[in-house]
Design a protein around this ligand. Structure first.
Ligand code: GLV
Ligand code: MN
Ligand code: MN
Length: 408
């Protein structure tokens, strides 16, 4: 059985983790940032070194392939993302991206005659500065120019300004990918939760991925002098937002035990200590394993926000995001991953994913599977993200064996 070069994969992970590294151990490599560009250059150099060709589309999604496989379809795809959340960790996305590259390198080095070529992918903005799973969503569904023109990131920048000089984006129209060109997609990722470590298992075979929703809830009150305006005469947008936010745990619990609701960004304006806040914008992230649950959660936050706003004498505007449906993984791909684990003698369990992944979009056009490795103490989206190096190598070997079985 051919195996990946574990030392090379781990060295690549260390090298990429230095790009965007912050004091305190975190990594900030958000999509389209200067650090994202540096990381892409670094990835392109690795491809060049390995004799692979790198292409990119109108959103900056990148594909590495062997030059002899130019235009050969359908291809087996694998990959993930190299953007991070602000002050994130070294493994979320980077691991699956670099493992896919390592698999392609090993396949190339061995000169294996495969019935289907293998391609390594890097998706743009998985962390959703411009929308949940932005790059893979556009790859699969396309975007109209007017949709893109209106997009403003979580950082407040307009997309069309941000990517003005972005060197890893082509001028191609952003039309939906032809599903006939893909023979399946496999994504390797850290679990980002505690289950595998607690169970003492090597590998998770993902059965389904949680549904994603959310949006911006904007409370609009009135700016007034903080010293002279009596409390009963105020229309304080933040007081309303604060009241609303304290209801999120109950709203989630009413939908199901698995439902989660988070406000991770709160923006005030005018954002001055001596002015009653005129606007408070809460960016919400809502998740639940069923489509009905996500829809119910959307409805519940909207109804509650309107009630709270009325009580506080302010207005509220709800701007929901596109719902990304909960996504079952393909049964055949799950079995291929189980077989690969068994061939290596690695312990495993089937499990759902509570994090969102590009696989959710790919699964709408091609049979898709995901492989998880344990996350130490389940920590992720923070600097302490860690997986034992041996487990990282195991996961990448499961990926390689799975890809070879799909490509043969
Ligand atoms: C991606 O990391 C997500 O689950 O938001
Ligand atoms: Mn990820
Ligand atoms: Mn993430």
């Amino acid at each position: 059985m051919i195996e990946i070069n574990g030392d090379r994969l781990l060295a690549d992970l260390r090298a990429l983790s230095r790009i965007g590294a912050r004091d305190g151990g975190g990594i900030s490599r958000t999509a389209f940032s200067a650090e994202d560009i540096l990381a892409r250059r670094w990835y392109r150099d690795r491809c060049q070194e390995a004799g692979l060709k790198l292409t990119f589309d109108g959103l900056g999604n990148m594909t590495a392939h062997h030059p002899d496989d130019e235009g050969r379809t359908p291809a087996v795809w694998s990959g993930s993302h190299i953007d991070t959340v602000p002050n994130g960790g070294p493994l979320d996305g980077a691991y699956g991206t670099l493992a896919a590259l390592e698999c392609l390198r090993r396949i190339t080095e061995e000169g294996l005659p495969l019935a289907r070529p293998v391609r390594a992918l890097v998706f743009t903005d998985e962390e959703g500065n411009y929308g949940h799973l932005f790059g893979s969503y556009g790859l699969v569904n396309g975007y109209r120019a007017e949709d893109l023109a209106g997009m403003v990131g979580r950082d407040g920048d307009r997309l069309i300004d941000t990517w003005q000089d972005f060197p890893f984006r082509s001028e191609q129209p952003i039309t939906p990918l032809d599903p006939a060109t893909v023979a399946g997609f496999i994504e390797l990722h850290i679990e980002q939760g505690p289950k595998l470590e607690l169970a003492g298992l090597d590998i998770g075979v993902v059965s389904s991925i949680v549904g994603l929703g959310g949006g911006r809830m904007e409370f609009r009150g009135r700016a007034d002098h903080a010293g002279t305006t009596p409390m009963p005469l105020r229309a304080d947008a933040l007081q309303a937002a604060a009241d609303f936010l304290t209801t999120l745990p109950q709203l989630a619990a009413k939908v199901s035990d698995a439902a989660v609701a988070t406000c991770g960004i709160l923006r005030l304006s005018p954002d001055a200590a001596n002015v009653v806040p005129e606007r408070a914008v809460c960016t919400l992230d809502l998740r639940e394993p069923s489509r009905a649950g996500i829809v119910a959660l959307h409805a519940a936050v909207e109804t509650t926000a309107r009630e709270v706003a009325e009580r506080h004498g302010v207005d509220v505007v709800w701007e929901p995001d596109q719902i990304i449906d909960p996504t079952p993984m393909d049964a055949g791909k799950q079995q291929a991953i189980r077989d690969a684990c068994d061939a290596h003698g690695f312990s495993r369990q089937d499990m759902p994913s509570g994090a969102g992944h590009d696989s959710q979009n790919l699964a709408t056009i091609t049979p898709t599977g995901m492989i998880f490795v344990p996350s130490h103490e389940g920590r992720s989206h923070c600097p302490v993200e860690y997986t034992d190096p041996e487990q990282l190598v195991r996961g990448a070997n499961v990926l390689l064996t799975t890809l070879l079985s799909l490509a043969s």
